[in-house]
Structure formats: structure tokens, C-alpha cells
Ligand binder design. Structure first.
Ligand SMILES: [Fe+2]
Length: 150
């Protein structure tokens, strides 16, 4: 199945985070943690909020809000917020471990969305509806503080 353009755009954001996080690899542990938190604050949190404010409610209009795709996505977003909070609060060696935990979970979450959530969105909403939602989604990402959201 060829992904809808709007889902390709979201997957492109995931790919950019992956590339950025991979690029942080040369940084020392404190710098890695700082750059990861900046990426979280400026971009990833806004992306999660766009999904929560627009895509998941649209999906819940067509399938049960108790569907695993919705519940798992929201649960993962809570875990990401928890890991970001833990990273912000951590010092010393615990901070390096917390940064690794957040980076690993981000990778896992992006892979889950691309493999499971995005196909459900495409099958359930269709590319036309997803294209109609693109402006609203970008607006939510912008108002949530997305650094590069259009
Ligand atoms: Fe997400």
C-alpha cells in the first residue's frame, strides 16, 4: 500500500528525528541529553499533540476508542512524556541512561506508528480525509510550539 502524502510527511518527521538523534552520537553524554530534550520540547511533543488532538479523535469517530491502535498510541505517548520528565530530572550517570531510554523509546514508537497506526489511519480515514486534516494538524503542531512544523 502506497502511504498517503500526509502519512509520508509524518514518517518524514520520524526520519528526521532518527537522523538528528544518530547525529548526536558524537556528542558527550550531557550534550546528548540536552540536544534530545531540545528536540523533544521543540518538535516531538508538538507532533504527539497533533496526533492526540486531530488524528486519534478522527479515528475514534470511525472505530472504537478502545481499539488497540488508539490505546497503544496514547499509552506510548504517556511513556514518552514520563521518560522526558525523568531525563529532565536526572543528574550524572543517571542522565545518560535516561537519555538512552528516551532515544530508544522514540525509535520504538516511531516504528510502531509506521507499521501499525499509519496503516489503520489510511484504511479507516483514507487519503482524502487525511489531506483535509493536514492543515489542522499542522496548525496544532505550530500552536503547540513545533519548531519546524509548517
Ligand atoms: Fe506518536
Amino acid at each position: 500500500m502506497t502511504p498517503c502524502p500526509e502519512l509520508r510527511r509524518l514518517a518524514g518527521e520520524h526520519a528526521r528525528w532518527r537522523a538528528e538523534v544518530a547525529g548526536f552520537g558524537g556528542a558527550d553524554a550531557p550534550a546528548f541529553a540536552e540536544r534530545l530534550l531540545d528536540l523533544w520540547d521543540e518538535e516531538i511533543l508538538a507532533h504527539c499533540r497533533g496526533e492526540e488532538d486531530v488524528l486519534l479523535p478522527e479515528l475514534a469517530g470511525r472505530i472504537s476508542e478502545a481499539d488497540a491502535a488508539i490505546v497503544f498510541t496514547l499509552g506510548d505517548h504517556v511513556v514518552l512524556r514520563r521518560l522526558a520528565r525523568e531525563l529532565r530530572a536526572a543528574d550524572g550517570p543517571a542522565r545518560a541512561a535516561a537519555a538512552e531510554n528516551l532515544a530508544r523509546k522514540l525509535e520504538e514508537h516511531a516504528a510502531f506508528e509506521e507499521r501499525t497506526l499509519f496503516p489503520v489511519l489510511q484504511e479507516t480515514l483514507g487519503c482524502v480525509r487525511l489531506a483535509e486534516l493536514a492543515g489542522e494538524l499542522a496548525g496544532r503542531e505550530r500552536s503547540a510550539g513545533g519548531r519546524r512544523a509548517r
